[in-house]
Design a protein around this ligand. Structure first.
Ligand SMILES: Cc1ncc(COP(=O)(O)O)c(C=O)c1O
Length: 412
């Protein structure tokens, strides 16, 4: 078999190496990625797949965007890393841009989403300890949330399957059990230093926050002198049809976390804070070797320029509407399809027990998607997606669902 990788490994060899030498943390699908182009990725045999997952909301500009490749090549040839002991020309520029977009004052750069959450948690605890003489350390999180796998981020990720093996987690975390203002008010007290919210829960199954819940979140944080932390790691950067997910709710958080598509696949995360927290981390309070390096920041500046100059957020809104319309039309013929939830190009379709099988069969037909929370078909296509590609996706999904439905007699 012809293989498109410099090491000339076939699927069996790739699998065998991983099985032997990697911790078995990932349940991988049978796709051996070799290179990408726009909304498509090719496997090592040269087969093309339409990607409606975009590396889990990372490859938002599509694969191999020429301006991103150009920035990587150019900066890679100049300076990849210099550590945070010294200045690089791009960190301050990127911080200025992000702060301006979010209405924030300060930025700290990390290498991943989980690390951005760790920094946010430290800001929250520092804010509380400056006010509460040790009494204001409680952090509220929502049931079904996902904030990452490091111990701090995991402590506010309230999904049993992720937390169970790693207890005890960090103390003084409160869980809001329902997305209602009443449930939120019931969990609040003056001991709370922060509430952490994904404006659209992603891993939990694509749940946009209800508007009254977000408004109550802002009010309760103000009333109890607590920070509202928006985790924009998956839903930020334009994914929902506005630059930040929180913009849909007419409120502004105090702290914002970002990562995923910030540098189009080159690892970079950030935590942003407003004036309330500008003084909460001082010299020596936090740090990282890699975070905010010149290559990552230069690429992120290019990502922001491309999003703006190519009008990509408008395309997110248009293609999001187009896909939802198409999915609603499909739902009329497919009893398997349940609720469709969407904000821009962050789309979830309830498929019950058929979600996993749908994803597997889509892959067989050359389309990449994902099952979130086991029962939800999650779609996170790149912002550059076209109508034609949406049509191809809908047509393929139509065939796959038809196949599953015809094989399984409907319950009477
Ligand atoms: C909302 C949210 N927060 C945090 C994270 C963790 O980011 P990372 O995987 O880069 O650590 C993720 C990753 O899926 C996420 O979706």
């Amino acid at each position: 078999m012809e293989t498109h990788n410099d090491f000339n490994l076939g699927p069996e060899e790739i699998r065998a190496l991983e099985r032997t030498y990697l911790f078995s943390t990932y349940k991988r699908s049978d796709l051996y990625c070799a290179h990408g182009e726009g909304a498509y990725v090719r496997d090592i045999a040269g087969r093309r797949y339409l990607d409606f997952l975009a590396g889990i909301s990372v490859n938002s500009l599509g694969y191999n965007h020429p301006r991103i490749v150009g920035a990587l090549r150019d900066q890679g040839g100049r300076l990849i890393h210099c550590s945070n002991l010294f200045y690089n020309p791009f960190q301050g520029l990127l911080a200025q841009k992000l702060a301006g977009l979010a209405g924030m004052e300060r930025v700290f750069f990390t290498n991943s989403g989980a690390e951005a959450m760790e920094a946010a948690l430290k800001i929250a605890r520092a804010y509380g300890s400056a006010r509460g003489q040790g009494e204001k350390s409680r952090i509220l999180t929502l049931r079904n949330s996902f904030h990452g796998r490091t111990l701090g981020a995991l402590s506010i990720t309230t999904q049993e399957k992720y937390q169970a093996p790693f207890r005890p987690l960090i103390p003084d975390i409160g869980v809001v059990e329902a997305l209602t203002p009443e449930a939120l008010a019931g969990a609040f007290s003056d001991r709370v230093c922060a509430l952490v919210v994904e404006p659209v829960q992603g891993e939990g199954g694509v749940f946009p926050m209800p508007a009254d819940f977000m408004q109550a979140a802002r009010e309760l944080c103000d009333r109890h002198d607590a920070l509202l932390v928006a985790d924009e790691i998956q839903c930020g950067m334009g994914r929902t049809g506005k630059f930040f997910g929180f913009e849909h709710y007419g409120i502004r958080p105090d702290v914002v976390t970002m990562a995923k598509s910030l540098a189009a696949g080159y690892p970079l995360g950030a935590v942003l804070g407003n004036g309330r927290v500008a003084g909460s981390l001082g010299p020596g309070d936090h740090g990282t070797t890699f975070g905010g390096g010149p290559l990552a920041c230069r690429v992120a500046l290019e990502v922001l320029a491309v999003i703006e100059e190519e009008g990509l957020i408008r395309n997110v809104r248009e293609m999001g509407d187009y896909l939802v319309e198409g999915l609603r039309a499909l739902a009329r013929n497919h009893p398997l399809m349940g609720e469709i939830r969407a904000l821009g190009l962050m789309i979830g379709v309830e498929l019950g027990a058929a979600a996993r099988e749908t994803v597997d069969r889509l892959l067989e037909k050359g389309v990449i998607a994902n099952a979130a929370h086991e029962t939800v078909l999650r779609l996170l296509p790149p912002f550059v997606i076209t109508r034609k590609e949406c049509d191809l996706f809908l047509e393929t999904l139509d065939g796959v669902l038809g196949g599953i439905e015809s094989e399984k007699p409907r319950p009477s």
